[in-house]
Design a protein around this ligand. Structure first.
Ligand SMILES: C[S@@+](CC[C@H](N)C(=O)[O-])C[C@H]1O[C@@H](n2cnc3c(N)ncnc32)[C@H](O)[C@@H]1O
Length: 338
């Protein structure tokens, strides 16, 4: 089995990992919200992607191992069947009379301030700042197709159980309020999007419980806690949907040991790859987009170089090739960017 990042499909994990070999898979799939890497995908295709990815995990996760999925409910699910909203918007609250130009000018004068501080300076809400920057409603007129909230956890649990897993735990990740995702809110009473889930599925088998993987303080602060407050990645400049490094780092520390195989089949910019290297785990990453597979491969390789600079020879990573028999499917596969 070979470490590294590969350009490929999350539904075909057997091509990259041996049966029953992976201790932990940490991932965040497309959310069916129209990002560039999913724009032509129907809802049925999206569900099939999750289903097949979990089926594939059923074969490569080792007995007693885990799959940790970070995902949000779908908050703007267009549903032509849903009755149209016919009431008027009768709110009396005056629209903030802040203009886009004022926001831009304030940002230029105070480049170090974040959106919340800019809003405080202008005396308006953070949502107003965001709307002035990004334009108003994308959906939500009273005669338009309605948007509804679609709970995703039940779908995932069903697919995971069909693949041989049981829901073991779930955590809530409280992130920064994503005002840009709530442009459709002006004609509703809905709240802004500011949390996601991590669902942890378990494959039946022997599982070592070792709380000393965390220090006492870590166990108190987050290991034993269901709600994790971790700031979002502020600069999604090279990838549209990165999760913060702290998220895979915690999952890897809690649910695997040094030397274990960790996987991310939707590796994107390579956040999980970097966390895995930092924690001395062997890693396989996959992304269907060649540019992201290359980006993650570079992030993984850079993290390994960094690690070898700062660690003693005894602590450096072992290479998989020396230790594991090649898998049946290794032939002809080279990591992205090599
Ligand atoms: C939400 S992003 C993951 C971001 C990643 N966690 C990070 O921090 O950079 C989802 C990724 O899945 C990839 N993807 C979409 N469909 C895929 C498929 N069928 N197989 C593998 N990767 C896929 C996309 O290209 C995208 O990079």
């Amino acid at each position: 089995m070979q470490e590294g990042v590969f350009q490929g499909d999350a539904c075909m994990l057997e091509q990259y990992a041996q049966a029953d070999s992976i201790a932990l898979s940490v991932w965040s799939p497309p959310y069916h919200v129209g990002k560039s890497y999913e724009k032509d995908q129907s809802f049925a295709e999206w569900k099939a992607l999750l289903h097949r990815t979990l089926q594939s995990h059923g074969r490569v996760i080792r007995p007693g191992g885990f799959v940790a999925v970070n995902i949000a409910d779908i908050l703007c699910f267009p549903d032509p069947e849903m009755p149209r909203l016919m009431a008027e918007n009768v709110s009396r609250r005056k629209r903030a009379d802040i203009t886009r130009e004022q926001v831009l000018e304030t940002m230029a004068r105070h480049p170090d301030l974040n959106r919340r501080q800019i809003a405080a300076l202008l005396g308006c809400s953070e949502q107003t700042v965001d709307r002035r920057l990004k334009g108003n409603n994308i959906r939500g007129g009273k005669y338009q197709t309605q948007t509804r909230v679609l709970l995703v956890g039940g779908l995932l649990e069903r697919f995971a159980m069909e693949a041989g897993f049981y829901l073991y735990d779930r955590r809530v990740w409280v992130k920064d309020a994503a005002w840009e995702n709530s442009r459709w809110h002006s004609m509703s009473y809905r709240a802004v999007d500011e949390f996601e889930y991590v669902y942890i599925f378990w494959k039946p088998g022997p599982t070592k419980i070792d709380r000393s993987r965390l220090s006492r303080d870590e166990w108190i602060e987050w290991g034993s806690r269901a709600v994790w407050r971790i700031p979002s990645v502020r600069a999604n400049d090279d990838h549209e949907a990165k999760f913060p490094l702290e998220l895979p780092r915690r999952l890897i520390q809690l649910l695997s040991d040094p030397g274990d195989w960790v996987m991310d089949p939707f590796v994107g910019s390579g956040t999980t790859a970097v966390a895995a290297v930092e924690m001395g785990r062997r890693f396989i990453g996959i992304d269907k987009e060649p540019r992201y597979a290359r980006m993650a491969q570079e992030a993984w390789a850079a993290a390994r170089r960094q690690l070898s600079l700062f660690s003693s020879p005894a602590a450096t990573l072992r290479t998989s090739a020396d230790e594991l028999a090649p898998s049946r499917t290794d032939a002809g596969r080279t990591p992205a960017g090599k």
